[in-house]
Design a protein around this ligand. Structure first.
Ligand SMILES: Cc1ncc(COP(=O)(O)O)c(C=O)c1O
Length: 357
């Protein structure tokens, strides 16, 4: 395409896979265990608040998302000045790369990980430095040493798709190198290890990303937030689009934060089902990584199938899971399974049991 800029052409040539998984368009009537959403959706209080807010959609939203920033601040134990909200954390990743990277800056991407990190980096002219540990394990010493060679690093904690969490000491060691450490905590509510949100205070080179898309069940409304030093937050406030978080999204996120009881119940149920599902998959002979998130990464080789083969078989039986063959660093025999409702997980276990025979 002749009209594209050099940067856009370079990005398209980079081999970065297509960002939208097919299941977003074909989930009707299927059990979707591919997108890491909450199987329970949002709290009933959110739905009520949305109904009440509908007549006001003719008006622009609060451009500063002031009330929401204060509420998020209270939720994570920081001040409003340390919080930036966005149209999903995807927007904030993109904005962060545009704010911090100059063309040619290197960014460490331990693999496998969430694919949008690479998109954000490349679209800002940054150059990814990929690191794959051994057997899907990251070695903290190697990471710390690589940090000295880059401007920024993206770490999922818990990481998507492995579900693992780097220990705090490893993150501390990376921060000590002075590089910008972006800790993506999209799934932190499901983890027993806790958040690093409060570490943001006094550490200029730490950025934490969080979202309402997962445990709060608001993926369709697109609300995420970034926690960082007030200096970086106020710079990014001036770089973002003026009305980046829409009116309904602000209303819904505020209501979701008010219903902590619902959040607690969702998290407890997902954790319980995660461990039960993991046990069942292991019983079926699969290798499954331990997970701190709402999904499990499992190896398909003991079923005698590739990841693509297994996904195809399950799709025929009405179940979607994620084929990780297109994830950099995952190989051809890994899939990611979102923890669903008990009955959905049962259907999956039953289907896998039949496939094994
Ligand atoms: C690790 C990780 N970070 C961020 C996101 C995106 O979150 P949001 O919906 O807030 O853009 C996802 C979505 O799947 C994810 O897996």
């Amino acid at each position: 395409m002749r009209l594209l800029s050099g940067r856009a052409r370079e990005f398209l040539r980079s081999g970065k896979p297509y960002p939208f998984a097919e299941e977003y368009g074909r989930r009707r009537g299927l059990i979707n265990l591919a997108s890491n959403e909450s199987p329970f959706g949002p709290s009933p209080l959110v739905l009520r608040a949305l109904r009440e807010a509908l007549p006001s959609v003719g008006f622009y939203p609060d451009p500063r998302s002031g009330e929401l920033r204060r509420a998020v601040g209270r939720y994570v134990g920081l001040s409003e000045e340390e919080v930036l909200v966005g149209n999903g954390s995807d927007e904030l990743m993109d904005l962060l790369c545009r704010a911090l990277l100059d063309p040619g800056d290197r960014v460490l991407l331990p693999l496998p990980s969430f694919s949008f990190y690479e998109t954000g980096v490349r679209l800002s002219g940054g150059v990814p430095l990929f690191y794959t540990g051994r057997d899907l394990e990251w070695d903290p010493r190697e990471l710390i040493s690589l940090c000295r060679r880059v401007k920024m690093v993206f770490l999922g904690r818990p990481n998507n798709p492995t579900g693992g969490c780097l220990p705090e000491e490893a993150v501390e060691g990376m921060l000590e190198t002075g590089t910008v450490v972006v800790v993506d905590e999209a799934y932190v509510e499901f983890s027993s290890l806790g958040s690093l949100a409060r570490w943001v205070r006094g550490r200029e080179n730490l950025v934490v990303l969080r979202t309402f898309s997962k445990a709060f069940g608001l993926a369709g409304l697109r609300v995420g937030y970034l926690l960082a030093d007030p200096g970086l937050v106020s710079a990014m406030e001036r770089l973002r689009q003026p009305f980046n978080v829409n009116r309904l999204a602000q209303v819904a996120a505020l209501a979701a934060l008010r219903d902590r009881g619902y959040l607690r119940r969702v998290v407890e149920e997902v954790r319980r089902e995660r461990e039960r599902l993991r046990g069942e998959l292991v019983r079926l002979g699969l290798r499954v990584l331990p997970s701190e998130a709402n999904f499990l990464m499992a190896n398909t080789s003991r079923l005698g199938l590739t990841a693509t083969g297994l996904c195809r078989e399950l799709h025929r039986r009405g179940i979607l899971i994620r084929d990780l063959s297109s994830f950099r660093g995952a190989g051809r025999e890994w899939v990611r399974i979102t923890v669903g409702r008990k009955e959905e997980n049962e259907r999956l276990i039953e289907a896998l049991g039949k496939l094994r025979r």
